[in-house]
Design a protein around this ligand. Structure first.
Ligand SMILES: Cc1cc2nc3c(=O)[nH]c(=O)nc-3n(C[C@H](O)[C@H](O)[C@H](O)COP(=O)(O)O)c2cc1C
Length: 365
């Protein structure tokens, strides 16, 4: 059995207060706009590509609007804004999970306005529902879910647990397909390695990634401190420079191949098609699946390279037995506990605007 890599606690840590704000359960007595506003601190703990946190929330009376913040898009790594939309979907999924723990469903209209593609969802409080133990388990996992980029213990995961993750993805209209057999796993590992080499060979990709990498001692409330990649304080300081200046493709490909072949479980999260609404739903599924995995005591990390490069994506599609369009690659296993990454404060992403006054019946318009 391979021991997981031990994560060192950095001497300096970025501001992590957002995680403390989400330590308490949501109120079961609030309703309407007050409840929706109280759920946003949980939603912002969702994963996002490069921790860009590309979301904006606006509360208008009893309605919460979720907008894409395209100023935070990854121009090189995500030109279509596919991963940006998935990230916003993860925030939406986390919001829905927090609402369930408050005994409420949410009524969500996804991409409700053809003329405004940035408006990803209109959200209102729905029915009162009984809070089930599984709702509490998912909610409790919100502040404990972290992308864990270490090697995992080589111990099989119970089929019941894997089956549960498959079921969770299905709840949000996505498919989680595990690559159990040797040939597809090997083919996928090869694609990941090819992706690493292509991305690291692209100076623009490296430059963009370096912009979102920060030293451990950072005041940034977005992006990725070096410790998220297992770097100590000194290495994290030169990390962005190395990332930008050096073609690290071969080293990363070797590491990712090891992760892809050695992880107890590797899966592709797929959507029925490849429209923005599918990306949003994929993000909701991602939130549910990764929180369920966390609740089961599993860690997870991403192997997305084959989906990020159009030249590789068709080959990833061919690996799926159940069809659909591959969106994300994930590995699961037991591993070391890692630190959270920073988040922007709620005040920066939630705007409260006065609801338009109700017009009296018969009043002139
Ligand atoms: C759509 C999406 C794509 C991602 N792609 C990668 C990836 O290719 N490699 C990686 O290491 N992490 C990836 N991540 C993880 C993010 O970097 C991570 O969520 C972010 O840094 C915040 O950290 P946390 O998940 O620990 O809260 C991705 C996350 C999302 C939502």
């Amino acid at each position: 059995m391979t021991a997981p890599v031990t994560q060192r606690t950095p001497r300096y840590m970025p501001p992590l207060d957002a995680w403390n704000d989400a330590a308490l359960p949501p109120s079961t007595t609030l309703g309407g706009g007050a409840l929706l506003a109280s759920l946003v601190p949980y939603a912002i703990l969702a994963p996002s590509s490069h921790n860009t946190q590309p979301w904006r929330f606006t509360l208008v009376g009893d309605e919460l609007l979720l907008h894409a913040d395209r100023t935070r898009a990854l121009r090189v790594a995500d030109p279509q804004h596919r991963e940006l939309t998935i990230s916003c979907g993860a925030a939406l999924g986390t919001l829905r999970i927090a609402a369930r723990a408050a005994g409420r469903t949410l009524d969500v209209a996804r991409l409700p306005d053809d003329r405004d593609p940035d408006l990803l969802a209109r959200i209102a409080v729905g029915d009162r529902v009984e809070v089930l133990p599984r709702d509490v388990a998912l909610f409790d996992a919100i502040p404990r879910r972290h992308t864990t980029r270490t090697r995992y213990v080589r111990a099989a995961i119970a089929p019941l647990v894997l089956g549960d993750l498959v079921e969770r993805a299905r709840e949000d209209g996505a498919t989680l397909e595990f690559l159990d057999e040797e040939a597809p796993r090997e083919a996928f590992a090869t694609l990941v390695g090819e992706g690493d080499r292509l991305q690291a060979g692209d100076a623009e990709f490296r430059r963009e990634l370096a912009e979102w990498l920060h030293p451990n001692r950072t005041s940034h409330r977005d992006g990725m401190p070096g410790y998220a990649f297992g770097l100590g304080s000194v290495a994290s300081t030169i990390g962005p420079w190395v990332m930008r200046a050096v073609d690290w493709g071969d080293a990363q490909a070797a590491r990712d191949r090891d992760y892809a072949l050695g992880a107890p479980a590797v899966a592709i999260l797929a959507a029925p098609s490849d429209a923005p609404v599918d990306w949003l739903r994929t993000g909701e599924a991602l939130a549910r699946v990764t929180l369920a995995a966390t609740a089961h005591g599993l860690r997870h990390a991403y192997l997305n390279q084959p989906m990020q490069l159009p030249t590789l994506r068709s080959r990833a599609t061919a690996l799926l037995r159940t069809g659909g369009v591959p969106q994300l690659g994930l590995r699961f296993g037991v591993g070391t506990e890692v630190l959270p990454t920073p988040r922007r404060p709620v005040g920066e992403v939630l705007r409260v605007v006065a609801a338009p006054p109700m017009r009296a019946a018969g009043a002139p318009s």
